[in-house]
Design a protein around this ligand. Structure first.
Ligand code: PEP
Ligand code: MG
Length: 311
């Protein structure tokens, strides 16, 4: 645990003029926590690893142990747990995935709870129990939330178990457009730009030939991010980005300029993103955000922001 704890010993992320931006880690298990990386916590704990390659869902005890290990590594830091994101690019045999004609548009993420609520309920029970045992107060969010009704249902299940910080990933454009309403019942949002791009541009995220549409500099994607950040500011609640967009040192300041409050990424990106933010004032980030939003396409957005140079 000591080794893992040091993973969050770094100072907070800041712009050149001291505006705080939480820098968090994306992890798949406790094994991804690396002592040399200075982050303030975990912004996306993908729990799929527990469920992969199995004939049945992992039991309560096994889940408690896995979650507890991560919570104990961050006694004072933030840990955002994402409930199971099965289906589509993460098929799970025991859920019968793979039998749909359009898995990316099918029963994936939170939607699994429609037919198999026990899988979600057991996971929430295990998260709550792990939190009790390690005296942690985790943030818990659901993937692939599309509607306010889904958010309500998830929040009710989580809060019934004593989980106090309940949120949703924003991966579906309709949810981004209703960010204000979602934040009336949730405590935070985390934008998953990988799936948000896929669904906003109707382009399979694994389709190499469509990479230009999935470019996180797409002004259309940035507009959706901006919508969520604005809702977060109005509600006084955190809105972060945990997709690949957050790991681009030139784009991270743009996201901050749009108003996001945290950036979560895999370990190797933390230091470059921290350095990029430290070179730019918040005012500069806001100018870069306006520049990127006004560009006609991703290449122009990137070029225009890069041309400004750090300041
Ligand atoms: C995302 O969709 O941006 C995200 C962070 O989740 P995942 O990549 O696990 O789907
Ligand atoms: Mg996703």
């Amino acid at each position: 645990a000591d080794r893992l704890r040091r993973a969050t010993s770094g100072g907070p992320g800041r712009t050149a003029d001291g505006h705080p931006v939480e820098l968090l880690l994306n992890i798949g298990s406790a094994a991804d926590l690396r002592p040399e990386v200075e982050a303030e916590g975990v912004g996306l704990f993908r729990t799929e690893f527990l469920f992969l390659d199995r004939r049945e869902a992992p039991g309560f005890d096994e889940q408690v142990a896995a979650y507890e290990e991560v919570f104990r590594a961050f006694p004072d830091g933030k840990v955002v747990v994402r409930t199971l994101d099965a289906g589509s690019d993460k098929p799970l045999p025991f859920l019968g995935a793979g039998r749909e004609p359009n898995p990316a548009l099918g029963v994936r993420g939170l939607r699994v709870a429609r037919g198999r609520p026990a899988v979600l309920d057991t996971q929430l029970d295990a998260i709550a129990e792990a939190a009790r045992r390690s005296d942690a107060e985790p943030w818990v969010m659901a993937p692939m939330v599309s509607t306010v009704a889904e958010a309500d249902d998830f929040a009710a299940r989580a809060r019934a178990r004593g989980i106090t910080r309940v949120g949703a990933m924003i991966e579906v454009p309709a949810a981004a457009l209703r960010a204000d309403r979602l934040l009336e019942r949730l405590d935070f949002l985390s934008i998953g730009t990988n799936d948000l791009s896929q669904y906003a541009f109707a382009a399979d995220r694994q389709h190499g030939e469509l990479a230009d549409l999935l470019d996180p500099w797409q002004p259309g994607l940035l507009r959706l991010v901006s919508e969520c950040a604005r809702a977060g500011r109005a509600a006084g609640k955190p809105v972060g980005v945990c997709g690949e967009a957050a790991a681009d040192p030139l784009l991270a300041p743009v996201l901050v300029g749009l108003g996001v409050t945290s950036l979560s990424m895999s370990a190797p990106s933390v230091a470059p993103v921290r350095d990029a933010l430290a070179l730019r004032s918040l005012e500069r980030c806001r100018n870069d955000a306006r520049t990127a939003l006004e560009a006609d396409d991703p290449a122009r957005a990137r070029r225009a922001v890069a041309a400004g140079g750090p300041r």
